[in-house]
Design a protein around this ligand. Sequence first.
Ligand code: LLP
Length: 418
Amino acid sequence: MSFHRSAGRLWVEGVALSEIADRFGTPCYVYSRARLTENWRAYDDAFGARAHRIHYSVKANGSLALLNILHSLGSGFDIVSGGELARALAAGANGSDIIFSGVGKSRQELIDAVTVGVACINVESEAELDRLTEIAAALGRRAPIALRVNPDVDPQTHPYISTGLQGNKFGVSMVEALRLYRKALAVPSLEVRGIACHIGSQMTSLAPISDTVGLIVDLAKALEREGCQLSHLDLGGGLGIRYRDEQPPAITDYVRVLCDVPERFEIHVEPGRSIIGDAGVLLTSIEYLKAMPTKHFAICDAAMTELLRPALYNAWHALELLEPPTADVSSRRYDLVGPVCESADFLAQDRELCLSPGARLAVMNAGAYGFVMASSYNARPRPAEILVDGHSVTEIRPRETIGDLMASERLATARELP
Ligand code: LLP
């Protein structure tokens, strides 16, 4: 067990989280290398001998040390920006390990992606196809592409993280797909390699995934009838994890559904959350307990700036005390809130907790979409990130300083533009 309780204390692998909090302060993120590795291998093992490629979705957590571990396991990377491209390369990946998704790729991002030779650009509109055609021709290169199709399947998840419905901005409609593939096939500077899709995140049911696989395979067969040989089908990411009482499918069952794809196609996946989500926690300390007429608040040193998910999606994260409470403390229902000046600044609501000022907690399952969505709102430096590997502890990112926040700013000068 990567995170476990022993003698009343919460541990990650061979290290007590309270020791990490003592040494590095709070708030901070802590990751388990063992859990990260186990999660990635669960995908790889589930595919077995079936031709496949796992492109970890960098958006879930792009810290270099974590990307580097995944790279050493054999992972590829799914990126959505030039910044994520630079991160994947800095972590050791080659262009051929990278696929590039996203609705708004800039001219420069496409130039950089073609120049480093990414394995596939998942094109999301006709305008992007035209832009890429022109860029690849100007560079004298053939850009490898897939069209990201929007299959209009309901992933049965939070509306903000549904991506494969007709009303979402992502991908091209199934109706448009054939026409755009024909157009791409006629362009010498493009090389059509596959079909891509991604219908949503935190999915806990296999039915929408299986429906999507069926639609993508039908499209692949239709393209084959037109003489277009595809080498891969990219079936997206999106497998959910258990935050509270969800029952997400096991990775093996999920992969079995993906393997319905005919053998001649290599299967690509782009998981993020299911690889890093349960491998990370956010540590925080209680600053104050505050009784209001209708509620008790526990005010802690982490906020929506460190973990936006509760404020943005009303997401529920389990809380665990790092050490047993002292005997004189009684349990109460608290809202766990941060110091930020927003009423949406909560990490948890209405939780039965045994708290005293100075108590330290872990917000569980914070490895995915935690640090990456952190901001410096209210001039709050972003937290440190710590990686644990057995008994060894590495600060993979030091806490930002207030100086860092102001480092590149300049005062206005009175001079006018020439
Ligand atoms: N591929 C594409 C094209 C995506 O849009 C996403 C996530 C993924 C892969 C990875 O999906 P995953 O396996 O992590 O579910 N901030 C939200 C999640 C946004 C997900 C957006 N797309 C949250 O905190 O729940």
